[in-house]
Write a protein of this length. Structure first.
Length: 254
């Protein structure tokens, strides 16, 4: 379904929302409907990114891939980045031969009683030792690379690449034919979710039915099931083309 198709209203999420509420653009203004659809969309994406497997979610309305590159600085350990992401999934460094390799995440708590600087070392001036970065630590919108990069070991220009799960491309009141990056079978779910807040104040008798229709992916919820359950199942099991292999676990006995 499209967000707000004023010609073919039967495939418009906004018009479906109004229909579920017996509302109109006058009683339920377009800006309010779009805002609540966006809120529902973001809520679902929050659930999806914790349910998808190796085939990860990304909003198909974006025209680029969910990754970005940056330039490294000789001997610089810390790097900041924009917060237009939900999760960082991988960080890569380009070596001096122009080939990418992946860094391992390592939190400062994993160094035990040592600090990261103690572990990786500093030079006579107290600056971080330089080399080919092996691990990273993320703190908010800042990355710490250990050891600090040097041009003799890595490529500095566009030498770091970050893969991430990003925020959705939210709808605006000017959008008409744009579709949500959800399976088409669940586009209507946004209409049901956007209808609930309006009906809570105007059509209270419909709230229970709408909530059951939307459902919950939480097994402990009284409204477990519905479209939420089937949506999460879709993302959890959409990698059927990937062959699953069972491997024995090795245990050492003392």
């Amino acid at each position: 379904m499209e967000i707000y198709n004023t010609t073919d209203t039967y495939k418009s999420i906004v018009h479906e929302t109004w229909s579920l509420c017996d509302a109109s653009i006058t009683t339920y203004p377009l800006a309010d409907v779009i805002r609540r659809i966006n809120a529902a969309y973001e809520e679902l994406v929050g659930l999806i990114i914790n349910a998808d497997g190796t085939l990860e979610f990304d909003d198909t309305n974006f025209t680029d891939l969910p990754r970005g590159t940056g330039t490294l600085v000789e001997g610089q350990q810390t790097y900041s980045f924009a917060l237009d992401y939900l999760q960082i999934t991988a960080i890569e460094i380009k070596n001096s031969e122009g080939k990418w390799y992946k860094l391992k995440p390592k939190d400062k708590e994993e160094y035990g009683e040592m600090s990261p600087d103690q572990f990786w070392g500093v030079d006579g001036s107290g600056n971080p030792n330089k080399g080919a970065p092996e691990v990273f630590d993320q703190l908010g919108d800042t990355l710490f690379l250990y050891p600090a990069p040097t041009s003799t070991a890595v490529t500095l220009t566009a030498g770091i690449r970050i893969w991430f799960k990003r925020k959705i491309d939210i709808f605006t009141t000017a959008d008409t034919t744009q579709e949500p990056a959800l399976p088409s079978t669940h586009h209507v779910m946004l209409a049901y979710m956007a209808a609930i807040p309006y009906c809570m104040g105007n059509k209270k008798d419909r709230v229970s039915w709408l909530e059951k229709k939307v459902g919950s992916s939480d097994r402990t919820s009284p409204v477990y099931g519905g479209m939420a359950k089937s949506l999460m199942a879709h993302y959890a099991h959409r990698e059927k083309t990937k062959k699953k292999i069972m491997r024995p676990r090795k245990e050492m006995w003392v």
